[in-house]
Design a protein around this ligand. Structure first.
Ligand SMILES: NC(=O)c1ccc[n+]([C@@H]2O[C@H](COP(=O)([O-])OP(=O)(O)OC[C@H]3O[C@@H](n4cnc5c(N)ncnc54)[C@H](O)[C@@H]3O)[C@@H](O)[C@H]2O)c1
Length: 288
C-alpha cells in the first residue's frame, strides 16, 4: 500500500503533483536540486491551497492536514529511502532522467514503485535506468495538475500488472481519472496536442491569422477549451519544442518543429513562466 510519495522536480508539474498527492492523503516530499525552485513551489502552493478553500474545493481542515503531510527537500537519496512511490518530474532530457533514476534505484527499497511524468519519452527506456523495470510506469499528469482530471498511465514493455494497478489506484486517490495505455512515442495525448500546436505555429508563420484569431477559431469552431497558443504559453514553449524534437525523431516529418516556435524559444519567449510567449503577460505569471 502506498503511504509515502516522493515527487522529484518542483517545477510547473512537480509542485502540482505534490499538491494532489498531499490532498489525496499521502505523506509527500517534494525534492529539487534548486532551493529557489522549492521556495517558489512553496509560495505558489500556498496560493493554490488558498484558492482551493475560496472555491470550496477543500475545507480549512483538509488544507491543514494536507500541508502537514507535505515537506520539501534537496536530498533525493535520503528522501527516497522509505518511499513507496517516487514520481519523477524533472526536465524532459534523457541525461537528467537517467541520472535521477539511477540515484533513486540505488537508494529506494525493493518494494518501491517508480513513475515518470514524461510527456513523450519511453517508459521502457526510463525503466532500464533502474534495476527494476517491472516497477516503473509513466504517470502522465496534465497542466495545471490540480485542475486537470486525467492521468494517462503508460505501461513500458517490462511493467508488471501489479505496478499498473498500484499506480492507477494512487492516481485515483489523488482524485484523478485514469486511462492505461501501451507505450508508443507521444502516447495518446501528446501525439495529438503537439501536432495541433505545431500546426498553429505554421499558420502563424504563414500569416493565416493573428494568435487571437487562430485561438478563437479553434475554441469556438472546434469546441476546444483553450486555443493552441493559450495552451502552449501555459505548457512552456521550450517544453513543447523538446517534445516535438523527440517526436520528429521517432515519428517522422509531420512532427518537424515550426521554425517560428524555434525562434520564440531562442528569444527566451517561453510562455507564462517567463512573462512572454506567444502572448505578452506583462509580468511573470503564476499558476491560476
Ligand atoms: N509543462 C507541462 O505542461 C507538462 C505536462 C505534462 C508533462 N510534462 C513533463 O513533466 C516533466 C517536468 O516538466 P516541467 O514543465 O515541470 O519542467 P520545469 O522545468 O518547470 O521543472 C523541472 C524541475 O526539475 C528540477 N530539476 C532539474 N534537475 C533535477 C535533478 N537532477 N533533481 C531534482 N530536480 C531537478 C528543476 O530545478 C525544475 O524545478 C517533463 O518531463 C515534461 O515533459 C510537462
Amino acid at each position: 500500500m502506498i503511504k509515502k510519495i516522493v515527487v522529484v522536480g518542483s517545477g510547473v508539474m512537480g509542485r502540482g503533483i505534490a499538491y494532489v498527492s498531499a490532498v489525496g492523503g499521502f505523506r509527500t516530499v517534494l525534492v529539487d536540486i534548486s532551493e529557489e525552485q522549492l521556495t517558489n513551489a512553496l509560495s505558489e502552493l500556498e496560493k493554490v491551497f488558498q484558492k482551493g478553500i475560496e472555491k470550496g474545493k477543500i475545507s480549512a481542515a483538509q488544507q491543514e492536514e494536507a500541508k502537514g503531510l507535505l515537506s520539501y527537500s534537496t536530498e533525493l537519496a535520503d528522501a527516497v529511502i522509505d518511499a513507496d512511490l517516487v514520481i519523477e518530474a524533472v526536465p524532459e532530457k534523457k541525461e537528467i532522467k537517467q541520472q535521477v533514476f539511477e540515484t533513486i534505484a540505488q537508494h529506494a527499497n525493493e518494494s518501491c514503485f517508480f513513475a515518470t511524468n514524461t510527456s513523450t519519452m519511453s517508459p521502457t527506456e526510463i525503466g532500464s535506468y533502474t534495476n527494476r523495470p517491472e516497477r516503473l510506469i509513466a504517470m502522465h499528469f496534465f497542466n495545471p495538475v490540480y485542475k486537470m482530471p486525467l492521468v494517462e498511465i503508460v505501461r513500458g514493455l517490462e511493467t508488471s500488472d501489479e505496478t499498473a494497478e498500484v499506480v492507477s489506484n494512487a492516481a485515483r486517490q489523488m482524485g484523478k481519472e485514469t486511462v492505461v495505455v501501451n507505450e508508443f512515442p507521444g502516447f495518446v495525448t501528446s501525439r495529438i496536442s503537439t501536432l495541433v500546436g505545431n500546426e498553429a505555429f505554421y499558420m502563424l508563420q504563414e500569416g493565416v491569422g493573428t494568435p487571437e484569431e487562430i485561438d478563437k477559431a479553434i475554441k469556438l469552431g472546434l469546441n476546444y477549451p483553450m486555443g493552441p497558443f493559450e495552451l502552449v504559453d501555459m505548457v512552456g514553449l521550450d517544453v513543447r519544442l523538446n517534445n516535438l524534437k523527440y517526436l520528429h525523431e521517432k515519428l517522422g516529418e509531420k512532427y518537424r518543429p515550426a521554425p517560428l516556435l524555434e525562434q520564440y524559444v531562442k528569444a527566451g519567449r517561453l510562455g507564462r513562466k517567463t512573462g512572454r510567449g506567444v502572448y505578452d503577460y506583462g509580468k511573470k505569471e503564476v499558476l491560476k
